[in-house]
Design a binder for this molecule. Structure first.
Ligand code: DHB
Ligand code: FE
Length: 281
């Protein structure tokens, strides 16, 4: 037996998206080109019907803060609440966990030399909730359970793209040895290029974003050439959130990937907003 990986869903997670959803602004000129990227994602999810999502994201100060920042943290809780993180957003629905699958992934990761932090209590922030709000806008309860994998993109020093890809590949090995045929979607949250503060606030690099979107599916090694510091220089200090996409791509395994849908829109707030779905070719 092994888990069935139905594919990967990649999305930006700008907090303002939550405000736009709460106000019903999806069809306003500013938001429409962004929200238009999501009906194909919803159609794909309703066709492929995943049971569990492995979510690679970065916490922005809700569950972890600068005083104690794990490089990699994996949730092993039965549920994951959201709380007000200070953006004035609605509090998002609680997620249900899959502790059995979480512990199996944790065992594989530690066995492979990833000394991760394991969290039996964990709050999840907008980076985890926004992709779900976009994918399941009408759900009363989230239709999938989650295994959250938080990657530090906030406090120097950051893990390298190569290390994040290898983390994802270790998660893939755990899925290959899982005890049943649970249907899994892998999610990468964040990016693409953006910088929120400092002299370069508002910085976007569409050429680098295009390069990432073009290579992630079938040449992810191309994204591993840069160090995280180089990515910050090329894509902005918060552009390093691309490592969440890179880890999620690793979790899809080594097989070829086909692109189901892609959207790219500049800007949403300070961010080059992108949406991508990959499925095993
Ligand atoms: C913005 C983008 C982010 O990734 C984030 O976590 C917070 C804010 C923005 O563009 O406003
Ligand atoms: Fe972010």
């Amino acid at each position: 037996m092994s888990a069935q990986i139905i594919g990967g869903y990649f999305s930006s997670h700008v907090p303002g998206i939550g405000g736009a959803i709460a106000r019903g602004d999806q069809d306003k000129p500013y938001w429409k080109p962004f929200f238009d990227g999501y009906p194909p994602v919803r159609a794909w999810l309703s066709q492929t019907r995943p049971d569990v999502a492995i979510v690679f994201y970065n916490d922005h100060g809700l569950n972890f803060f600068l005083d104690a920042m794990p490089t990699f943290a994996v949730g092993a809780a039965a549920s994951y609440p959201n709380e007000d993180e200070g953006w004035g957003l609605p509090v998002y629905k609680t997620f249900q966990g899959d502790p059995g699958l979480s512990w199996h992934i944790i065992e594989e990761l530690v066995g492979s030399g990833f000394d991760i932090t394991m969290c039996q209590k964990m709050k999840v922030d907008h980076a985890l909730s926004i992709p779900f709000e976009l994918a399941y806008p009408d759900a009363d309860a989230w239709p999938v359970k989650i295994v959250p994998v938080a990657i530090n993109t906030v406090q120097y020093p950051l893990p390298s793209p190569q290390r994040c890809y290898d983390l994802g590949r270790a998660v893939n090995r755990a899925l290959q040895s899982w005890q049943d045929d649970t249907r899994v979607v892998v999610i990468g949250s964040g990016g693409l290029s953006h910088q929120l503060d400092g002299a370069r606030a508002g910085f976007i690099n569409a050429d680098y974003d295009r390069f990432c979107l073009d290579h992630l599916a079938n040449d992810p090694q191309a994204l591993l050439r840069h160090s995280t510091e180089e990515v910050a220089a090329i894509a902005g200090t918060q552009g390093v959130e691309i490592v969440n996409w890179i880890a999620a791509r690793g979790a899809l395994g080594d097989g070829a990937q086909a692109e189901v849908t892609r959207n790219y829109h500049i800007p949403i707030s300070n961010t080059a907003a992108a949406t991508l779905v990959l499925t095993p070719a």
